[in-house]
Write a protein that binds this ligand. Structure first.
Ligand SMILES: [Zn+2]
Ligand SMILES: [Zn+2]
Length: 333
């Protein structure tokens, strides 16, 4: 079968590899769509995602497909089921798993990170990571269940009230998902900071009230909720600086593990700031599927590019310098 293999750091190759065989509690899925995400760029460069990827490995943790074979101990899925995959596989026996905080698992495995993911024709994954999708949900949209689930988890970390003034830092795909969720909660004022003027009509259509470019205009406002979706030191520092008293700051953007930022500790005390992280997607896959199926987020509209496996490396390496907000790869009809 055809697979895009990360053969070494910063090197990929489309190869003909052996089809995987499902273990007794695994299913084999024919891939339909796989999303490409910022984490894939990090993994390609040898930086960690939810874990570290060791080549040779097939990336792809945003997946949809159809079950084509089930191991003999699988009972919740059958051949022909349309599905999406939660790529994260907690061990279920460490101290975090025992208390239900499975995303903090000390032995976390992940499809597309520590084991082969969806950038190949067939993938095998444990039954418990596989979720059936409604017939009304397209495979293309269903491939976005994982990123949407991560955003839902981040959203759940915040206390959101309708009268709160909110700021989303970053106008990329993840920022757009957060804007859509804030809008769905009827939050009164949604500000978005970004640099790409061309995106403004779409951002307003999905719910932004004010879009501004912090490099061009200084905004003298503070916010009750700030969601940082970029992951760079300047935007992370800006997120804390722009918080109102009692403000909540969600650090969602994934930065370089070695990066540090400057924080005014007195502000944390005096403003009683709440600074939170959000890591992956515990217990929210079903919510994400429902959100996509009911078009609370119209995700197909946010996908800007559909690629082939052959085109992926140029995007991950940066050789393709097109402005790609969100790309998916079509693996099969
Ligand atoms: Zn991702
Ligand atoms: Zn665990």
């Amino acid at each position: 079968m055809k697979a895009l293999v990360l053969t070494e750091i910063e090197k990929m190759e489309v190869q003909d590899i052996k089809e995987p065989k499902p273990l007794p509690k695994e299913v084999k899925i024919q891939m339909k769509y796989v999303g490409i995400c910022g984490t894939d760029k990090h993994l390609y460069q040898g930086l960690p995602g939810s874990a570290t990827a060791t080549p040779p490995i097939v990336l792809g943790h945003e997946n949809s497909g159809i079950v084509v074979e089930a191991g003999h101990l699988v009972d919740s899925l059958k051949v022909g089921d349309r599905v999406t995959i939660d790529p994260n596989i907690p061990c279920l026996h460490c101290r975090y798993c025992h208390e239900g905080r499975i995303h903090l698992c000390e032995n976390l495995e992940a499809a597309g990170v520590t084991r082969n993911g969806g950038m190949e024709e067939f993938v095998t994954v444990p039954e418990r990571c596989v979720y059936k999708i409604p017939d009304t949900l397209s495979y293309k949209a269903a491939a976005m269940t994982e990123p949407v689930s991560c955003v839902v988890h981040g959203f759940q970390e915040l206390e959101i009230k309708q009268h709160y003034k909110t700021l989303v830092i970053g106008d990329g795909f993840v920022g757009q998902l957060f804007i859509s969720l804030l809008k769905a909660r009827n939050v009164g004022e949604i500000y978005v900071s970004g640099h790409n003027e061309k995106k403004i009509p779409l951002l307003k259509e999905i719910g932004a009230d004010v879009v501004f470019d912090p490099e061009k205009e200084q905004l003298n406002e503070t916010f009750d909720v700030i969601i940082e979706c970029v992951g760079r030191p300047n935007t992370q520092e800006q997120a804390i600086q722009m918080a109102a008293r009692g403000g909540q700051i969600l650090m969602f953007g994934v930065g370089d593990p070695k990066t540090e930022i400057q924080v005014n500790a007195y502000d944390i005390y005096f403003k009683e700031l709440i600074i939170k992280g959000a890591f992956i997607n515990p217990h929210v896959m079903e919510d994400a599927i429902s959100i996509l199926d009911h078009q609370v987020i119209n995700v197909e509209k946010l996908i800007t590019h559909e690629l082939t496996l052959e085109e992926v490396e140029a995007v991950l390496s940066g050789e393709n310098q097109e402005k790609i907000t969100k790309a998916v790869v079509k693996i099969s009809e």
